[in-house]
Design a protein around this ligand. Structure first.
Ligand code: NAD
Length: 285
């Protein structure tokens, strides 16, 4: 690891996103501390990563490292006091402002003065979250928005907050490249860039169904085969749950008005429990 790189990385939240954020860093040679609320959650996360790694080796995506498995570079922690050695901390806890506020202000107290703190939030303004760290840290605070599944998706939106130093943003862009990702710089606006594009399309897809233009299944086929998308909007809504999609649309509507108004059919389906996700009927059942 080069001296200028962020060798020691801390990730807070070992859920869907955080565990794989730790994994991609470990794969590229970083020492990673991965924190969550209890050991059981952390053990589950590490077991999931072991499966991803083994499957990846079997498929030829990763090379088996005989000397040291990337997983051996991930240390599970239930306390943030160990994060004092980290150069970069990525926060990936629940998408709740109060939970993030508590975690960010706590980790800010533990880490060295020039450590960078990044948030993986998908909907909260990075400038608002920056106010959870001390004034001195704010030049070193920004959004680092990964996409799911992090081990496969190359994109990272790098989102400077109001007071982020331009040089720190440059370092973050370089860091993303070093871990094998493709960063894009995006201004701190609601939905950043990708979710604005995605939700505009999703809302139009539901409008097509409301108007009886095509079925959800056929719209998914159209997006796969006509636009070369890996999955259609209805498959995606079922995978992420319609409830979550509705919540994001409400945030976008609040920021941008009519053009992101959630469609009545989506609201009705969510209220009736046709939500997708595990065990629930979705658009495609
Ligand atoms: P998740 O619920 O799978 O994981 C969140 C983890 O944070 C859980 O393991 C939880 O135990 C842990 N956590 C909660 N409070 C904590 C605390 N005080 N200290 C330590 N750990 C704590 O959620 P996720 O889908 O991984 O999302 C995490 C973040 O990433 C959110 O901000 C979300 O908006 C963002 N994000 C999610 C996606 C996605 O597709 N799921 C995509 C991009 C960004």
């Amino acid at each position: 690891m080069e001296a200028s790189s962020m060798a020691n990385v801390g990730v807070i939240g070992a859920g869907l996103m955080g565990a794989e954020i730790a994994f991609v860093h470990a794969l590229s040679g970083h020492e990673v501390l991965l924190a969550d609320r209890d050991m059981e959650l952390l053990e589950k996360a590490v077991a999931r990563l072991a499966t991803i790694y083994e499957k990846g080796i079997a498929r030829g995506i990763y090379k088996a490292d005989q000397k040291s498995s990337p997983l051996s570079r991930i240390s599970a922690k239930t306390s943030l006091s160990d994060f004092s050695t980290c150069d970069l901390i990525v926060e990936a806890v629940f998408e709740k402002e109060d939970v993030k506020a508590e975690v960010l202000s706590e980790v800010d107290r533990h880490v060295i003065a020039n450590a960078i703190i990044a948030t993986n939030t998908s909907t909260l303004p990075t400038t608002v979250l920056a106010s959870d760290v001390g004034e001195a840290r704010r030049r070193n605070f920004m959004g680092m928005h990964f996409f799911s599944p992090v081990s496969r998706m190359k994109l990272v939106e790098v989102i400077p907050a109001l007071e982020t130093d331009a040089e720190v943003t440059d370092r973050m862009v370089e860091h993303c490249l070093r871990i094998g990702k493709s960063p894009v710089r995006v201004k701190d606006v609601a939905g950043f860039a990708v979710n604005r594009l995605l939700y505009a399309m999703m809302i139009e897809a539901i409008r097509l169904v409301e108007e009886g233009v095509a079925t959800p299944e056929d719209i998914d086929i159209a997006c796969r085969l006509g636009l070369d998308h890996p999955m259609g909007p209805f498959e995606l809504m079922d995978a992420t749950t319609s409830k979550l999609c509705l919540q994001v649309q409400e945030i976008l509507q609040d920021a941008y008005g009519e053009r992101f108004r959630p469609r009545p059919l989506l609201k009705q389906r969510v209220r009736a429990g046709y939500d997708g996700g595990r065990g629930n009927k979705g658009w495609r059942d």
